[in-house]
Ligand binder design. Structure first.
Ligand code: FES
Length: 588
């Protein structure tokens, strides 16, 4: 049968063998370009494609759907809509799988797999012919992984997020993952609710597919992606199951084709200005502390180094405006109803680089001018009436964290932000699990809980920095304590928690030699984290307890342990970072 799509006059004047775009891009090397293209086309025609279809710009779509990832449960509908947008704009959609990472289904921790997903994304974007790509991610590590991989490749790329889950209702109370997961579990541990109630609320916390409904890492990364200019306008906030989310998907497909035609590559979008806009948004939304690690990693792929002190200076003049849990009261669907990122960016306008380019080819300022009218709402505050006068995150330094540490001050107990106490030390996560609820544990409410060895090299930096309040203190009504670790915590958690202590214990950071009974002082106002132990005492302890670095015999774990960087460099693998430096961000 004749090929109904065969029309050799359609498309380019250049002979197909001479083309370097579309289906002709990146040919498998058999030593004969003509044969390579002939063979490729023969194979793809096995799927029923016509020559006419194969002459179009090819737009890749990453399919990160997985039965293990309900945060990506709307993937089939999103892919269908992205394909529609690509076809409407004259492109050829080609979806392909990459690995998918969900927080609760990633042992030992999703952070261990983020770089693997970024490598998978990077290499599949390089290997397969595409003129642009729509990256579909959502759950915490997936969006950073995709942006890291795409940044390293340099193609035109659009980020599409799956969108947030709906909130549920438990006995008349609105609930959502995962701030309320922790709150209800804390109440259960304290004996305030029984096993039947905790089982009931378990059915309601995740009311639909989609990502966590508070300002956790997924929501933070969605907003950061839009602030970076990497999503279509309004791409961050529509919940996963809404028509708005599907329309964003269709628009993302259209924009990807336009980017391919214009040659609008990712390096023109991921500039220093874009990273500064993203940091402003992270701070102003009281976003997840994990956002700092991921931004450092994405910036590192573009040759920018995160300057923690400059970030802290930025934090001092960036108030928290977004009233989302855990710092505030609302959920992502409320943020969407309040106008989403356009509302927040309008308020932040004086603090933003409005000339930063977005995936549409227009600047952030032009997109804000084109956004719909503003209207009264209760989720985004104005600059003169903030929720919190400074940014949500403060950067600490001191002899316990020479390379820096962070605290989410907007989610901390004001009473503990200037605090000195006795350290109660846990050597690792197993030690913590074994002893934290021991009725014999010697611990008081004003002690400082210290957890070692959950940093990047020791444990791939799990979200274990949210140490539970010891059961006997929780039962006595203690809701918060100063807690310190070299790990991370979920963006959905609340408390006075110092994280990302750098260098971590496993590589010889001072944290390694802290003992129970030592005095530790936190001053958020002075940005200090001090350990009251002399240099001589530290040297004596180092001599008595030499470091045993973690090792692996083979495989991905060996690669991880030998190449992973510290938190301030994004916990990326050193060999994946850009080889040329473009300077520090934010620029002070
Ligand atoms: Fe996927 Fe929270 S578990 S976003």
């Amino acid at each position: 049968m004749a090929d109904p799509g065969k029309d050799r006059s359609v498309g380019h004047d250049v002979h197909p063998e001479e083309r370097r775009d579309g289906i002709s891009k990146g040919l498998t090397n058999y030593g004969d370009r003509g044969f390579s293209l002939f063979l490729r086309k023969a194979f793809i025609k096995g799927a029923g494609y016509t020559d006419r279809a194969l002459e179009r710009p090819v737009i890749g779509i990453t399919n990160t759907g997985s039965a293990y990832n309900p945060c990506h449960g709307n993937m089939p509908q999103l892919i269908e809509a992205v394909k529609r947008g690509i076809m409407l704009a004259g492109g050829l959609p080609m979806d392909f799988p990459t690995i998918s990472v969900h927080e609760s289904f990633s042992q030992p921790t999703s952070m261990y797999l983020r770089n693997l997903m970024s490598m998978d994304t990077e290499e599949m974007l390089r290997a397969q012919p595409m003129d642009a790509v729509v990256l579909i991610g959502g759950c915490d590590k997936t969006v950073p992984a995709q942006l890291m991989g795409a940044a390293s490749v340099g193609l035109p790329a659009v980020q599409l997020v799956t969108g947030s889950m709906l909130t549920g209702s438990h006995r008349g109370e609105r609930v959502g993952a995962c701030t309320d997961c922790r709150r209800y579990w804390g109440r259960f541990r304290a004996g305030e609710i029984d096993a039947e109630e905790v089982a009931d609320v378990n059915d309601q916390l995740v009311a639909s597919v989609g990502t966590c409904s508070v300002a956790g890492t997924a929501s933070t990364m969605a907003c950061i992606a839009e602030a970076l200019g990497m999503t279509v306008p309004g791409g961050a906030s529509p919940p996963a199951v809404t028509a708005d989310r599907i329309r964003v998907a269709e628009r993302s497909g259209q924009v990807a084709v336009e980017m391919a035609r214009r040659g609008l590559t990712i390096d023109r979008i991921l500039t220093a200005e874009a990273f500064e806009n993203a940091m402003r948004v992270l701070l102003a939304m009281g976003g997840s502390t994990n956002g700092i690690v991921h931004l450092a990693a994405i910036a590192g792929r573009m040759g920018y180094q995160l300057d923690l002190r400059a970030l802290d200076a930025m934090s001092r003049n960036t108030p928290v405006l977004l009233d989302l849990k855990p710092s505030g009261d609302h959920y992502m669907e409320d943020f969407h109803a309040a106008g989403g990122m356009a509302t927040l960016l309008h308020e932040l306008r004086p603090l933003l680089h409005l000339d930063a380019l977005t995936v549409t080819g227009r600047t952030l300022g032009e997109e804000l001018d084109a956004a719909g009218p503003r209207f009264p709402q209760h989720v985004v505050r104005s600059l003169d009436n903030p929720i919190y006068p400074q940014g949500g995150i403060a950067v600490l330094h001191g002899n316990l964290a020479p390379g820096g540490a962070i605290i989410k001050q907007s989610a901390a107990d004001a009473r503990l932000m200037e605090h000195e106490g006795r350290a109660v030390v846990f050597e690792n996560a197993e030690d913590l699990a074994r002893r934290i609820d021991d009725p014999e544990l010697d611990v008081q409410a004003d002690d400082v809980l210290v957890l070692k060895n959950i940093g990047p090299k020791a444990a791939a930096m799990p979200e274990a920095g949210y140490l539970p309040i010891p059961r006997k203190l929780a039962a006595a009504g203690v809701k918060d304590m100063l807690r310190i670790s070299d790990g991370r915590m979920s963006g959905t958690a609340f408390g006075t928690i110092v994280l990302h202590v750098t260098p971590e214990a496993a590589v010889g950071g001072p944290l390694a030699w802290v003992r129970t009974g030592d005095r530790i002082r936190l001053s958020v106002s002075e940005r200090r984290l001090e350990w009251q132990v002399s240099e001589e005492e530290l040297k004596a302890r180092q001599a008595a307890e030499p470091l045993v670095p973690p090792r692996a015999e083979r495989g991905y774990k060996q690669l991880f342990l030998t190449t992973v960087t510290q938190a301030d460099q994004g916990v990326d693998f050193d060999f994946l970072m850009a080889t040329e430096s473009r300077g520090a961000v934010p620029r002070s």
